[in-house]
Each structure stands twice: as C-alpha cells, then as structure tokens.
Design a protein around this ligand. Structure first.
Ligand code: AMP
Length: 282
C-alpha cells in the first residue's frame, strides 16, 4: 500500500491506473477509522480495481469553536487497518498541501438542501465539504466515490454537485454501520463518557420506534417529529440541535409522509454532537 502525501504524486498514481484501464474507487475520510469507514472500503474493493482512501481532517468544514483541533487522529493505526483491507493507496496530505498560502477558491452548492439540518448550526460546513470533495475528485480521479448514509445530507449534496458540475464519476451511498446495540459508528464516539455512550442509544432506539410507527400507518410528519423530540428530550443530557422529517431531493419539509423520506436528528450529549438518521420508503 502506498502512502501518498503530495497532490502531484497522487494524481500521477491515479492517471497511471487509468492509463492501464483500471477502475478507481475513492473513499474520502477524516481518518480515525472504524468499521463504518472500513465497510465503505470493502464496497470499493468489490466494485473497483484500485482503491484509494483519503485521510484529511479538512479545516474548511469546521466552524470557529468546533472540534477541528481536538478531532481524533492516528494515521499509523489507520494505515494498518487499510492495509488489512487490501487498500492500494492512501492520500494523506498536509493542510498546506491542500490549502497553500493565499488559497481562495471554493465550490458552493446553494438552495434549501445546503441551508437546513446541519447547515443551521454549521453555516459554512457544506461549502468546506463540497470544496474538499471537488479537490479530491480532481486529485484521485475516481470512477466511483463511496460515501456513507450516516451523513445523509452530505451525500445528497455531493450527488447533486456531481450531477450539476458534470463530474465524470458515480457517487455510491453505503448504509449506516451500527454497533450491536444500535449506536451509529462515528469517530466522535470516542469523546463520549460511559454514561453519555449509554444515553446516546436514545437516538437509534427512537428512530427505530418512529420506523415502527410509520410501518403501522402513521403518516403525519408533525406528530412523528414531536413524538421523536419528546422521546429524545426524556434522556438527559441530550440537547436537541434538530429533529427533521424531509423529502430527499432538496430536503424540503413535508406534512404527510410519502415516497422516500429522511428522518434525521442531531443531538448534543454535553460537548459531543452526534447525528443519526433513517430513510423510509412510504
Ligand atoms: P468521516 O471520516 O466522518 O468524514 O466519514 C468518512 C465517510 O465515512 C463518510 O462518507 C461517512 O458518511 C462515512 N461513515 C462514517 N460513519 C459511518 C457509519 N457509521 N456507517 C456508514 N458510513 C459511515
């Protein structure tokens, strides 16, 4: 497995694969890998001839006062895990490689899809995401890029960006990977105290109960949202950032559930903000 640090050697690696007619799968990550990330890597391994994983804690997607400095990092451990999955290359650039002095070009998607859910409390987050992902697409030249449904809003924004900017690649979504007790895997779970780790189970449990209520025939989004809110609020120290039920093209609010529906929550447990969601076909 090659560990690539510079943009030019990565582009050279990618173009060499392409010239040999090989299909490249890209898995963009911020590192501190867990089974969720590794599931993306396995899907890339199955679908593509060459797999490249990027590891980059992207400063432009963090706002002031967020956890950029504290975000967990362990490149050596990540590389060992990726080697074990048969990854061909890791792209792990320095911040100055991606954003040299004077850097001032951004890719930004507009519309409701980038203004709701996570964007309300993280106003510049998605501009940072679309910028870094565009750069990664240009550097790694993937045929297929793999993203998790864990970050459903991010995945939908990237799919839209790829469509609208005509990036010549396919974006593939991978289902959320959970712990045996239901907690969605996240690099941020390491911040949770044992008590908060238990409290955080309220997210997956409440979402599962909402799914059951929908399966039993409930279609009123307001009713489901207020039930979900109440269920989460009952679990201290949970503080809700948002509870939303939206359609999946522009993330518009809906009153009656029909078609593909995203039920998404963001909740703080002390300083740790967790997100989770379910997708329901009504
Ligand atoms: P991150 O390192 O948090 O930026 O995540 C890198 C990629 O892994 C993103 O596409 C995430 O959606 C995906 N991912 C993170 N956690 C999970 C999970 N529990 N299940 C599936 N995909 C995940």
């Amino acid at each position: 497995m090659q560990v690539l640090r510079s943009i030019w050697e990565t582009l050279d690696w990618a173009l060499t694969q392409k010239r040999s007619g090989l299909k490249i799968g890209l898995v963009p990550t911020m590192g501190y890998l867990h089974e969720g990330h590794l599931t993306l890597v396995r899907q890339a391994r199955q679908a593509c001839d060459r797999v490249i994983v990027s590891i980059f804690v992207n400063p432009t997607q963090f706002g002031p006062g967020e956890d950029y400095d504290d975000y967990p990092r362990d490149l050596e451990r990540d590389c060992a895990l990726l080697e074990g999955e048969g990854t061909d290359a890791v792209f792990a650039p320095a911040v100055t490689e991606m954003y040299p002095e004077g850097y001032n070009t951004y890719v930004e998607a507009f519309g409701e899809i980038t203004e709701k859910l996570c964007a309300r409390s993280r106003p510049h987050h998605f501009r940072g995401v679309t910028t870094v992902v565009s750069k990664l697409f240009n550097i790694c030249v993937p045929d297929i890029a793999f993203f998790g449904w864990k970050d459903a809003q991010q995945l939908l924004i990237i799919k839209k960006m790829v469509r609208e900017l005509n990036f010549p690649l396919e974006v593939r979504g991978v289902d959320i990977v959970r712990e045996a007790d239901g907690l969605a895997l996240s690099s941020r779970n390491v911040y949770l105290s044992p008590q908060n780790r238990t409290a955080a189970l309220v997210l997956s449990r409440s979402l599962q109960l909402v799914r059951e209520r929908i399966e039993a025939g409930e279609r009123d989004a307001l009713e489901l949202k207020s039930w979900l809110r109440a269920s989460i609020e009952k679990q201290p120290p949970a503080v809700i950032d948002y509870v939303e039920i939206v359609e999946t093209s522009e993330l518009k609010d809906i009153e009656q559930l029909s078609g593909q529906v995203l039920i998404a929550v963001a909740v703080k447990f002390d300083k740790t903000r967790l997100i989770d969601n379910i997708m329901v076909e009504v």
